[in-house]
Design a protein around this ligand. Structure first.
Ligand code: ADP
Ligand code: MG
Length: 696
């Protein structure tokens, strides 16, 4: 019976109900899925040894003739031994199989086989236990480069490779190359059939490299073409068109002059807002580069044309702070600013809902609460998200949807990211966004000297804290919690962690700094309690603030000059950089001290990188190198397809090539309707199947 690529995996010889179930765990349902289950590594079994030359103690292939009929002995219940002997011209090899009595029928005396296993030697006697074998003429898994697959319990590498082999043989005809010939020629790409054959069973190293390059290109090409199409569709939609006007009246209300980077970014966004097409822009800038002001400029421009702006941030504290800084800034221009967070009283919320609906709020700052059902706008024209990496693409989309409800117009979208995203990753994650970069810090910012110290320097570190306070400054001491991620999201912390932080703060106050004022802020406190502590610190009523990472994206205290980070090894590089960005916001010289005794080389490299530079982009590149893209603030969250072969750090050249090719194709044929492009479109649809409607 013919095997079909998209039929059940159970069509394959050794795959029954049980194995099919296990393969489901790997999301392998069809022979096609299997073809795209790529090896994680390869084993070079090309060398086939004589018995005398075979290396001892490591797996290898040995060729020889079966000298005698294999005999099975019953040892005890559940234990049978099958033994035989293999010879070649010069040596002999004793074979033992446990509980594999079929071997006595499978191995025919006088015939030549290749055995794969580990040769052991006692005296001059060579033996192998439970080798795999095949007839010398067959060479399915011996005498070649073999794939090593990622596995799941109950599925062996042998099962997988045999299933893949069977699929490749039986479905060769059915494999259609979705990449048009001209494209393949232009980019020197091998055909799909060849690529799949050689990614699984490479003929040699060159064939493997060619196969891999082709598959990486294909993956990045479809991905980029998908993003390019969405970008095209989005720009085909109508959006509120702002009236073009100078931003100068807004700049004039600021207590400082905007940096030229801020002016440039705001002008770029303003051009989008006035274009009639929905803006889809990423504003990237290191901590402290002044992104909020750019957001305010956009909200200002939107309000001049009667549109509302929603600014969504990941935490309550951040929402409050943004509201506090933006209100005085924008009220001067007559804008009305509102706040909406989950912890507000029902009545307060209802009041905000009402004013939003009546158009009595021009800018609403809020948390996820903005996505709540009851929230409706009179004329939502602009959606801004801060700290984008904590929001999924779908959440961004959900908010944008609220704009469409009103007039059927798509709102403009501005995404702000404080985590500088390495260029390669930005291309993939935000391929559908235009990018503005704030590559300049406001004047007067200075280098934050960063030190790494061990426990042995703790007393000296406390002395340093004391000196900063004596000079009239303030100090942050950050303690990690084990589940750093959950702390960031919800301020969650286990009871034990809470106790540890409370005890530490208590100890600092009573034993170390009895004469200073020590405060504590952590994720388990109510929003109100947090706010009270933060406010006291901001107003200089506390000298030292002990904190969990809730301050990461939090308050701006320009008098704070020292950031001490305990157990610094528990934080990611970018997170450390964000934390450090909390100091150095005023005129005085600022410092960051990382406390850690961790000796892990990778951890030390991470912390040394932080000591070496203040440049967030450089740090992000380093972070990407150390942790890999998978980990990098969870690419998964974005609701974008996962990459299978491409390695974003390593395949930059192919990425650029594929992206340029995809952009060109979509520009020439925006809906990919031409016959040669139809297979491309089908692939994109499959790739974005579950995400496509949420991606804009
Ligand atoms: P981030 O990019 O990290 O969000 P913020 O927008 O919070 O940065 O700005 C950091 C600080 O710098 C704020 O106190 C803000 O008022 C100040 N600031 C922003 N732009 C300028 C500027 N052009 N000149 C001086 N200070 C500025
Ligand atoms: Mg900010």
């Amino acid at each position: 019976m013919a095997i079909t690529l998209d039929g059940s995996i159970r069509q394959l010889t050794r795959i029954g109900e049980q194995r099919a179930k296990k393969l489901e765990k790997l999301k392998i349902y069809t022979p096609r899925d299997l073809l795209y289950w790529f090896p994680r590594d390869y084993q070079d079994l090309r060398q086939i040894y004589d018995i005398t030359q075979a290396p001892v103690g490591e797996p290898c292939c040995v060729e020889g003739v079966v000298a005698e009929r294999a005999v099975t002995q019953y040892v005890r219940r559940g234990m049978e031994l099958t033994k035989t002997r293999v010879v070649d011209g010069r040596g002999q090899l004793f074979l033992t199989f446990f509980n594999q009595s079929y071997v006595s029928r499978a191995l025919r005396p006088g015939e030549e086989y290749i055995f794969y296993g580990t040769v052991e030697q006692t005296g001059s006697r060579k033996s192998m236990t439970n080798p795999m074998f095949e007839s010398s003429g067959r060479r399915h898994f011996t005498g070649r480069i073999m794939p090593v697959y990622p596995l799941t319990a109950g599925i062996t590498n042998f099962t997988l490779s045999e299933a893949v082999r069977q699929t490749l043989v039986s479905c060769a005809e059915e494999i259609r190359d979705p990449l048009p010939e001209d494209l393949r020629e232009e980019h020197h790409l091998v055909g799909l059939g060849y690529a799949l054959q050689n990614i699984h069973f490479p003929k040699d190293d060159q064939a493997l490299a060619a196969a891999r390059r082709r598959l990486v290109f294909e993956e990045l090409f479809f991905f980029s073409a998908g993003l390019a199409m969405m970008k095209g569709q989005r720009s085909g939609q109508a959006a509120i068109t702002c009236q073009r006007r100078s931003l100068q009246p807004f700049w004039d209300t600021l207590p400082f002059a905007p940096t030229s980077a801020q002016r440039r970014a705001a002008e770029e966004a303003a051009a989008d807002l006035c274009s009639g097409r929905p803006m889809n822009r990423l504003l990237q800038g290191d901590v402290g580069s002044g992104k909020t002001v750019v957001a305010a400029a956009c909200a200002w421009l939107m309000a001049q044309s009667g549109g509302q702006t929603a600014l969504m941030v990941p935490t309550e504290i951040l929402a409050r702070q943004h509201c506090q800084t933006l209100t005085p800034l924008l009220e001067q221009s007559g804008l009305r600013v509102g706040l909406l967070t989950g912890s507000m009283k029902a009545k307060e919320k209802r009041d905000v809902y009402e004013r939003l609906q009546l158009g009595m709020i021009d800018l609403v700052v809020g948390t996820h609460a903005l996505l709540t059902e009851g929230v409706a706008f009179r004329r939502l024209g602009l959606v801004i998200t801060d700290e984008q990496h904590r929001f999924g693409v779908d959440q961004r989309a959900k908010l944008a949807e609220k704009g469409r409800e009103a007039e059927g117009l798509a709102p403009h979208v501005l995404v702000m990211s404080a985590t500088p995203i390495p260029r390669t990753l930005a291309l993939i994650l935000y391929g559908d966004l235009e990018v503005s970069v704030l590559d300049e810090l406001p004047p007067g910012r200075q280098h934050i000297d960063t030190f790494l110290v061990g426990e042995d320097k703790r007393e000296r570190m406390y002395g340093f804290v004391r000196r900063q306070v004596a000079e009239g400054h303030q100090v942050y001491i950050v303690c990690p919690s084990v589940s750093a991620e959950s702390t960031l999201e919800k301020g969650a912390m286990t009871a034990t962690e809470l106790k540890a932080v409370e005890e530490y703060a208590e100890k600092l106050q009573t034993a170390v700094f009895p004469d200073l004022r020590v405060g504590l802020v952590h994720g388990r406190q109510s929003a109100k309690a947090k706010e009270q502590v933060m406010t006291r610190f901001a107003q200089g009523e506390l000298d030292i603030l002990v904190a969990t990472t809730v301050i990461e994206v939090g308050v701006d205290v320009s008098n704070a000059t020292l950031m001490v980070i305990e157990n610094a090894e528990r934080f990611g590089l970018s997170q450390l950089h964000q934390l450090r960005g909390r100091v150095g916001r005023g005129k005085a010289k600022s410092y960051c001290v990382l406390v850690s005794d961790n000796r892990n080389p990778e951890t030390r490299q991470r912390m040394k990188a932080l000591c070496a530079t203040n440049d967030g982009f450089q740090i992000a590149e380093e972070d990407l190198k150390l942790r890999g893209p998978g980990d990098f603030f969870g690419a998964r969250q974005h609701g974008l397809p996962q990459l299978r072969v491409a390695d974003l750090a390593g395949d930059v050249r192919v990425l650029q090539e594929a992206q340029a090719a995809a952009a060109k194709r979509v520009a020439d044929d925006p809906d990919l309707q031409r016959p040669e492009n139809v297979p491309i479109k089908a692939q994109i649809q499959a790739l974005f199947e579950t995400n496509t409607d949420r991606l804009n």
